[in-house]
Design a protein around this ligand. Structure first.
Ligand SMILES: NC(=O)c1ccc[n+]([C@@H]2O[C@H](COP(=O)([O-])OP(=O)(O)OC[C@H]3O[C@@H](n4cnc5c(N)ncnc54)[C@H](OP(=O)(O)O)[C@@H]3O)[C@@H](O)[C@H]2O)c1
Length: 359
């Protein structure tokens, strides 16, 4: 089955060189390939939208991690959503909307083995838009859900602090923690993001870590504001800190934690472009004093339970108890390099999505 006239060209973005610090144009290479029909048992997917994730920066590095690095010269790894345009697999029909590891390209030829391993899933557009399937119903939403519920273990009445509050993971964590009865304080860069998480998402407060210090410049991290904000907005201390950024913010929150606090190490975006050693927590003895724990999590470990979390989150979306904000950038794969870097300057507002083709 196919509705594709196979004359299409697949535009791709490949990793040309490993970056030192923030990626530049020199790290990327654009390529073209003819679009080929799927092999026996496979399907061909036209990519509609890509998830741009901070983790991509880590995948560009050499070295051991929870997943192999992207090989030099390979098409850059990415998750995405698309539509089936040709199928040799009875489980997928032309026109089905799907999600999976599309990579940074316009067409994804999915082999039978990948489908057998569960690498291609159908998405139900009645539950959410393609962009929402990359956000609250997708990988960042699953990260927020399992990071909070399994590692953070919230109890009604507790105080939760989440950094990267207006981002993809942060928006899910804060809203879910409110639903579970917590007091929720966000940390985000700039007054617009802070106002949004309080007014639109219902957080109890948000600390702008970039607010100008009395004698400082706007846009530069202001640790006094974080310290003071935590004192003011977490008068009973911090029971759960969901850490998306690491560095000085993690260190500052560590000074305010309660006995038996849980610190979810989800990410450390402030460190991903470090050109020298990653900054570890200086105040870790607070864990000892407070009998607290700090635990890392990787979302892929929870894959078998995604359907349960998607069902719960889709219910919250439908009932209007949860919002899903995406920052959708148009321009296709050629603007991928510049768009990715928005994550590190904080220019994205909500889940960063690159639209590759109109739905
Ligand atoms: N463990 C897992 O399985 C897993 C899965 C998904 C994501 N993650 C991690 O979760 C974190 C959030 O990811 P996301 O997809 O939701 O991204 P995001 O929050 O939507 O976007 C990144 C945000 O990070 C903030 N940021 C950038 N540089 C910063 C710095 N130096 N200090 C403080 N904040 C900074 C910016 O927001 P501001 O404007 O507020 O600064 C930016 O908008 C990342 O660390 C990511 O690696 C982990």
């Amino acid at each position: 089955m196919t509705d594709l006239s196979i004359s299409a060209v697949n535009h791709q973005v490949r990793l040309a060189a490993r970056p030192l610090g923030l990626p530049t144009g020199a790290n990327w290479q654009f390529s073209e390939a003819p679009v080929a029909l799927p092999a026996e048992g496979g399907v061909l997917v036209k990519v509609l939208a890509l998830s741009l994730d901070p983790a991509m920066r880590g995948w560009m590095n050499e070295g051991k991690s929870y997943i192999a690095p992207v090989a030099l010269g390979a098409v850059m790894r990415a998750g995405g959503v698309g539509v089936v345009v040709a199928s040799n697999n009875a489980a997928f029909a032309v026109g089905d909307h799907v999600a999976g590891g599309t990579d940074v390209q316009e067409y994804w030829r999915v082999p039978a083995e990948q489908i057998q391993r569960g690498g291609l899933t159908k998405i139900d557009l009645r539950l959410g838009t393609p962009a929402q399937w990359l956000n609250v119903l997708g990988m960042p939403g699953m990260t927020g859900y399992f990071g909070l519920m399994d590692v953070g273990q919230p109890k009604a009445g507790e105080t939760l602090v989440v950094s990267g509050a207006a981002g993809a993971v942060g928006q899910t964590v804060g809203q879910l923690a409110k639903i579970k009865g917590c007091r929720v304080v966000g940390i985000a860069g700039g007054p617009v993001k802070c106002e949004w998480v309080v007014r639109e998402l219902g957080f109890d407060a948000c600390i702008d870590y970039k607010q100008a210090a009395p004698a400082g410049a706007a846009g530069v991290a202001n640790w006094d504001a974080v310290r003071e904000g935590l004192k003011q907005h977490c008068p009973d201390g911090v029971d759960i800190y969901f850490d998306n950024v690491g560095g000085d913010i993690l260190d500052t929150v560590l000074t305010r934690i309660n006995r038996k606090a849980r610190i979810v190490i989800c990410g450390a975006i402030s460190q991903y472009n470090a050109t020298s050693a990653v900054q570890g927590p200086k105040n870790y003895l607070s864990l000892l004093v407070n009998r607290a724990r700090m635990e890392g999590m990787v979302v892929f470990d929870y894959a078998a339970r995604y359907p349960q979390a998607v069902a719960e989150m889709a219910g919250y979306l439908r009932e209007g108890r949860m919002k899903s904000k995406e920052d959708v950038v148009t321009g296709g794969v050629k603007v991928f390099p510049a768009t990715l870097n928005k994550l590190f300057s904080g220019e994205n507002f909500g889940k960063l999505v690159l639209q590759v083709a109109p739905d």
